[in-house]
Design a protein around this ligand. Sequence first.
Ligand code: ASP
Ligand code: MG
Length: 428
Amino acid sequence: MALIVQKYGGSSVADADSIKRVAKRIVDTRRGGHDVVVAVSAMGDTTDELLDLAHAVAPIPAPRELDMLLSSGERISMALLAMAIHSMGFEARSFTGSQAGMITTAEHGSARIVDVTPFRVREALDDGAIVIVAGFQGFNRDTRDITTLGRGGSDTTAVALAAALDADVCEIYSDVDGIFTADPRVVPRARKLNVVSAEEMLELAANGAKVLYIRAVEYARRHGVMINARSTFSSGQGTYVLAEGMTAPEGSEADQMEEPVVAGVATDLSQAKITVIGVPDVPGKAAEIFKIVARSGANVDMIVQNVSAAATGRTDISFTLPKAAASAALRALAHEQADVGFENLVHDDQIGKLSVVGAGMRAHSGVSATLFEALSTTGINIEMISTSEIRISVVVRGDDLAEAARVVHTAYGLDGDTEAVVYAGTGR
Ligand code: ASP
Ligand code: MG
């Protein structure tokens, strides 16, 4: 008998029939002799609809009240799910985030879980009940207010519960079959992975993969929680995300897999590039520029500095950042142009970032050569390059990104034999 935490995303509980289907799945797990704790998201697009409502009554909704409002979405689904389970003859008890002991920092809209005190969850389990916890929300001890964890936060609720209860596995259910070697909508030959390391999953998520939320994967890695990402709409085994030292459950598809050098290819169209032209090539200029950018609130990703022209003693510095942060960064830089002494600013929001991720890169040579070769035979120009221990990223034209992803996917031998089945899945 195991303790299993399951998380169901909004698309899995979008209407009454879906809620009944999920209830059946939960009851089946219970019938298998396991204790079950469920974290549930708000139904369908409820959170977006509540956000729209909030903005319809106030241009800038008060953050405390916004959290009161948004947290109600998950209370609806938790209660309905518990009712559906009841009517199948099983005991179920629902709890809000604060009742379940999800203690967070105080920031409304982006609180972080700092402690989990799941006394009532344990009690209910001891009584033989199935426990349903509202995802995405918690409670701050100092302000005594309800908080929310940021969009997609129910993944983190599930993982934090799994850690606190020492669960055997945290199953995250959505409308896609698991983690793929690439986004199947971009690369039709993408394959579902049976297993991926948490380290690789973090790099994939940070570089554009949207199936799992990065905070949840980080939490799982830190606390040694095994995640199993799978679909509510199929009976596939999904993908196991394994932290260090973990092995996939015996008898699973992931049981005896050979580790490929490259786990997957991530694509990201959400970034823009800023080039600062004619920067005096003297010590301290990069520091000045990136202090200004940081103060504007932007999170810089890649940076490239050119060799300076001997004749002018000036250089160009390019960097990438989220598109949404670009205008504030440009304004801040323009404001201090005279002080820094650069000549010009160029903004480019037509870029795409392609990343190849694989823990096997540590031990294999030639991984980057394969990437560059694949792009060059296709005539795709590389504009920037950056690497980590287990990742190589390049910036290309946004229009070239999909083709680049396909040829690179093929070059690393990742293509499946058949085209991936794509439901209109969002991964949520
Ligand atoms: N309902 C919240 C959202 O849509 C949290 C979640 O789904 O995980 O972002
Ligand atoms: Mg949602």
